[in-house]
Structure formats: C-alpha cells, structure tokens
Ligand binder design. Structure first.
Ligand SMILES: *[C@@H]1O[C@H](CO)[C@@H](O)[C@H](O)[C@H]1NC(C)=O
Ligand SMILES: *[C@@H]1O[C@H](CO)[C@@H](O)[C@H](O)[C@H]1NC(C)=O
Ligand SMILES: *[C@@H]1O[C@H](CO)[C@@H](O)[C@H](O)[C@H]1NC(C)=O
Ligand SMILES: *[C@@H]1O[C@H](CO)[C@@H](O)[C@H](O)[C@H]1NC(C)=O
Ligand SMILES: *[C@@H]1O[C@H](CO)[C@@H](O)[C@H](O)[C@H]1NC(C)=O
Length: 560
C-alpha cells in the first residue's frame, strides 16, 4: 500500500512519531512576500531563523505583518487592504461598511469569520480522544482520531460523484462527547457541494477509542484533506475547488506545518481523477491523490482530518460570492495566485523592452469564436507599443506553460469563457479585456475585481455582429452559443484603455524599470528568470501562435 499507513495501528503509534516537518524554516516553501506573515504566525520558527546565521529570510524578521484574520491584526499591517472607489449601490450605509462587507465576502475577512465560528461538535476529554469541530452550517470542519467505515462501498456498483449517501449513520464516528443537537442543527445546508452536512450528520459516538483499540484496518497519520470537487473540465469551476482548499489552509492555520505538502488529499468520488488542471494539486500535496476506491472495504482511522470549504457554498467564495459593488483587490485572491505560481515554479520573465505584452486567447470550440480574430490581431500588431501573441489554451499546451504565458501578459483578451479564469494569474498591473460578456456581465468582472486587475469589456453592441441568436443545447436562444465579430476601431479603442491602465500602474513601472531593490536575491533567482531568448523563440505573429490540432477538453463544456 502507498506511503504512510499501517495495518497494525497499535504498533504504528509506537514506531512513528508525527514528524512536524514545519518546525524548520529550511522547509518553508512559500513566496518570498509571504514569509513575514508566516513568521508572525509562528514566532518559534522566526526565532530559529534569527538564531541561525545561514537563515535566508532575515529580512522578514521584526515586522508586524499579519494576514488579516489574526486577532489583533491592525489594518495597516495586513496583507492587503481592499479599495472601494465605486458606489455600493445601496447595499450598505457607509464607506466603512462597504469595505468591511467586501472584506468579509471575498477577502481574508471570510477566513476570519470561519475561524470565529468554529465550535466543538464532539468534545474530547483526553489527548487520545477524538474530536470534531466545524464552522456554522458545516462549511469547514476538522477532526482528530476519527474512524470512517468504507466497508459498504464494496457493495456500491454505481460510480460515486455528487452523492450525499456515501456514509450512512455510524459510518463516521469518534470517541468524544457528541453534541447531537448542535450536529443536526448545523447540518442544514443539504446539498453535495454546499456543506459537510451530508457526511457529518452521520457522525456517532463510538464506545471506545478506535485507534488505541486497533479498530481500524488502516491508520492515517498525516494530515488528510477530503475534497468534494466541483468540476474537472472547466477551469472556472475547478479553481473554485483549489481556491477553497487554499483558503481552508488559512482557516485551519495553527501549526507551522500548515503549508506543507506531505499531506494526503482524498477526492470524494470513485471516478479516477484526471484533469487538464491537475498540476495545481502540486501546490498542495506531494503525495498521490486518493479517492473513494483507495480504501473501499476498509475501516480507516484519520489522526488529522480536514473538511475544507466547498466550491458551491451558499454565500461561498468565488462561485456564489454575492460581491458588494464598488470594491476590488482581495488579498486572499492575491495570496492564492502567489502561492500557486510559486509552488508550480512559474517564472516571471524580466523584460528588455517596454512593450506591452498583449495575449489574445482564442477558443477552439463550436461557439463563441471571434470570427475576425486575424483582422483584430493584425490591427494590434500594427501598433509598435504592443507585443502581441495569440494562444489557444487546450491540451496541446501544458497547463504550466499556459500559466507562464498568462503570468507574463500585461493585457489578456478573450471572449466570455472559463479560460478567462487565467486572469487570477496575471501580474498585479495587468488588465483583462473580456471582449464580449455574452450577456453574463458579472462572472469575470467580479473575478477581476477580486484579483485586483483592470477589467474592460465591449460597451457598444451596435459595433459587434452576432452570427445568429445562438442555440442552447437544451433549446432556446442563448448569446453564449454563437460566434461574434467585432469592429476593429472600437476594439483598438478599448485595448488602448487597457494599455493606459497598465502604463499608469506603479507596479508595472517598477517592474519595467528593473527596480529590484525591494526583492531579495533568492526571490530574483527563484521567481524572475531572464528569458529574452525564450521570448524571441516565439515572435508575435500568427504562425507562432500555439496551434490547436485537437479539440480542447478544457473549454468544451463551459457555459461560463
Ligand atoms: C532543519 O533541517 C535541515 C535539513 O532538513 C537540518 O540540517 C537542520 O539541522 C534542521 N534545523 C533545525 C533547527 O531543526
Ligand atoms: C464497518 O461496517 C461494517 C458493515 O457495515 C460492519 O460490519 C463493521 O463492524 C464496521 N466496522 C467497525 C469497526 O465498526
Ligand atoms: C488543523 O487545526 C487543528 C487544530 O488547531 C490542528 O491540530 C491540525 O493539525 C490542523 N491540521 C492541519 C492539516 O493543519
Ligand atoms: C461558430 O464557428 C465555428 C467555427 O468556425 C463553427 O464550427 C460553428 O458552426 C459556428 N457556430 C455557429 C452558431 O454558427
Ligand atoms: C529557490 O529555489 C531552490 C530550488 O530551485 C530552493 O532550494 C530554494 O529553497 C528556493 N528559495 C526560496 C527563497 O524560495
């Protein structure tokens, strides 16, 4: 069997001590700009660094930096402060309330509130006892020394996905004092991807400690995250999964090993997992993924189990976020972007010229094609200020390569579609131009607001041509199911607005002027590689554009 679980739990307890891998700064694998927040969360690690002449993170000692959800974290020291230049359109009474609403809906305020809500549902008396804690409505939970009984899965013939009956009464439990009323009261968001209610309503008190008494076939020592995932084909939806997993690390932040990757992730499905975006899991675990087949027929004890925030929570993060108007720039989204780009080692290329990198995302689907794409590209290329590239993000372009192109784009242009989720990985100074939103105005506009990049879209529908009224696969006219062509002059006008956004952005000017004073040596080495060669390998003309030969499995299903 794979990695660290044993068939004889009692001897295992004796043989293995839990290795606290995070107790050593040499193991920190975080973006340079996150280190000071980490140090302030775990002062003992900061002390180790201080006392070791070889510690590369000395610059990050002695700050008051905080993520934003910690008790006593002052606004001015927090990771990022949103801005609310726009009207809240009647949501709240004051500017202050507008800011706080945004912070709670889409920023580290969401994490703060989850942490505040945590309550014990099953209370331990002694260290070896089990425990179960959740935030309200069981959006986020964590458990210790609990048993999950997967014996019955042997009898399940149909594949399991989005099911609420994977566990039946008593198939999850622990030795602790169960607050049954609280458990049932919080199991009130009964939908597969909204809460852990469908699973945890079945939690029961066991009559003895399952690990101590050897009641489990398998004991899992390492922290394990169970994930109920939304969609593997569509980038927007799958990133709701990854994003909530990242946010959950912060909700549970309590031990220096919080960002370690020597963890397990169990996908709560019996399908074999495979996705065009699966590299993203590397940011979270260095071990193979598990699913519901892994322990079919077994009783499994987990010493440290996390039930992360889910992709379709009511008032959730990113998919169902009811985002107040007028505000932008979420630190949580920025931190997620930093974290993924760092862990996946996606380089940011240094520049030798001041040209603005314009990336046009082309779709190879049957609908939402930009019919005069070549005409638009040609017009863009006539402007010497721009370095233009057309890309098609399909399976011929490895996901990390896609992220690299995105990370090095200043203006990212694409028609409404899940590929625009890439905007999360644009640099801070960038702008996204959703050339047409296909009558779905908020989806990517909100995501751009959260990420804090500029957002532009087509304004004058008399200056575009819709091929036909569009036919939804289920019938009926639908603006997302047809193709479009766009007026060239109007297109250039909006791109120039995006250009102004980029050119007036301080971060862009700092970057372009090679102003690395504030970056440490290790950051330059790790995150900023000189790649002029690389860039010139792919000059900006249509021939070099990344060609699509096979049908995309990324965008095909998306309606977003
Ligand atoms: C940290 O880990 C490194 C190698 O992994 C080891 O050599 C070093 O002694 C450790 N330092 C501390 C303070 O534990
Ligand atoms: C697990 O479930 C099976 C079948 O429901 C049952 O026979 C078995 O006793 C359970 N195991 C434990 C340790 O409770
Ligand atoms: C989650 O938080 C609990 C309680 O603070 C802690 O014991 C556990 O180690 C954490 N789990 C992970 C995976 O960080
Ligand atoms: C959109 O364009 C594609 C590719 O040119 C074509 O296959 C498809 O039929 C067009 N869709 C509509 C609704 O005309
Ligand atoms: C930089 O990358 C190297 C490996 O490429 C790694 O060993 C080192 O820890 C990284 N440093 C930082 C500060 O991330």
């Amino acid at each position: 069997m794979r990695t660290l679980f044993a068939v004889h739990p009692v001897s295992l307890v004796l043989v293995f001590t839990v290795t606290a891998t995070g107790g050593n700064y040499t193991d920190i694998n975080l973006p340079q700009v996150h280190i000071k927040y980490y140090f302030n969360s775990f002062p003992t690690i900061a002390e180790k660094c201080r006392n070791d002449a070889a510690c590369p993170y000395k610059d990050n000692l002695d700050t008051e930096a905080c993520w934003g959800y910690e008790e006593g974290c002052k606004v001015e020291n927090s990771f990022s402060i949103p801005i609310c230049p726009g009207d809240h359109k009647g949501w709240v009474a004051t500017k202050k309330a507008q800011l706080e609403t945004y912070y709670a809906q889409g920023d580290f305020g969401y994490v703060r509130d989850q942490r505040k809500e945590m309550m014990l549902l099953c209370e331990p008396l002694f260290v070896d006892d089990s425990s179960l804690e959740c935030s309200e409505h069981m959006r986020f939970c964590r458990a210790r020394n609990v048993m999950l009984n997967f014996t019955d899965l042997l009898n399940r013939k149909e594949p399991i996905r989005y099911k609420m009956d994977v566990l039946k009464e008593g198939q999850i439990g622990g030795y602790c004092t169960l607050n049954e009323r609280r458990l049932q009261e919080n199991a009130d968001h009964m939908s597969p991807l909204q809460s852990w209610g469908p699973e945890l309503r079945n939690f029961r008190k066991l009559h003895r400690r399952p690990i101590v008494h050897g009641d489990c076939d398998v004991v899992i020592e390492k922290p394990t995250f169970i994930m109920k995932i939304d969609a593997i084909l569509n980038m927007y939806h799958h990133f709701c999964d990854f994003f909530n997993l990242y946010a959950s690390l912060h909700v549970n932040l309590s031990h220096p090993s919080v960002f370690d990757t020597d963890t397990h992730i169990m996908i709560w499905e019996s399908y074999n997992y495979g996705s065009a975006f699966q590299d993203t899991f590397e940011a979270f675990t260095s071990n193979p993924l598990w699913d519901l087949k892994t322990f079919r027929g077994k009783t499994v004890c987990f010493k440290n189990l996390v039930f992360p925030l889910l992709p379709r929570m009511i008032f959730g993060l990113f998919y169902n976020t009811p985002l107040i108007y007028g505000c932008e720039k979420s630190g949580l989204f920025k931190a997620f972007s930093d974290h993924v780009l760092h862990r996946l080692r996606i380089p940011l290329h240094q520049r030798k010229d001041r040209k603005i990198r314009v990336t046009l995302l082309s779709r190879d689907t049957q609908y939402r094609k930009i019919l005069n794409e070549n005409e638009l590209l040609k017009a863009l290329k006539e402007n010497p200020e721009y370095k233009v590239r057309k890309v098609t993000y399909n399976k011929n372009v490895p996901f990390k390569k896609q992220l690299e192109i995105t990370r090095n784009s200043d203006i990212f242009i694409g028609i409404h579609g899940a590929g625009l989720t890439h905007l999360m990985f644009l640099p801070d100074w960038a702008a996204v131009f959703e050339i047409y939103n296909c009558e779905d105005p908020n989806c990517y506009k909100d995501l751009a607001r959260l990420r804090g990049v500029g957002y532009f879209t087509w304004e004058d529908t008399s200056k575009l041509v819709q091929q036909d009224s569009g036919t939804h696969p289920d019938g009926g006219a639908h603006a997302k199911f047809t193709n479009y062509s766009f007026d060239v002059k109007e297109f250039l006008r909006i791109v120039s607005l995006a250009r102004n956004h980029v050119k007036h952005h301080n971060a862009f000017n700092k970057f372009i002027n090679n102003d690395f004073h504030k970056m440490t040596l290790s950051e330059i080495q790790n995150d900023t590689k000189t790649t002029d060669n690389k860039e010139s390998v792919q000059p900006s003309n249509t021939k070099e554009s990344i060609q699509l030969q096979q049908k995309s499995n990324i965008l095909s299903k998306d309606e977003l």
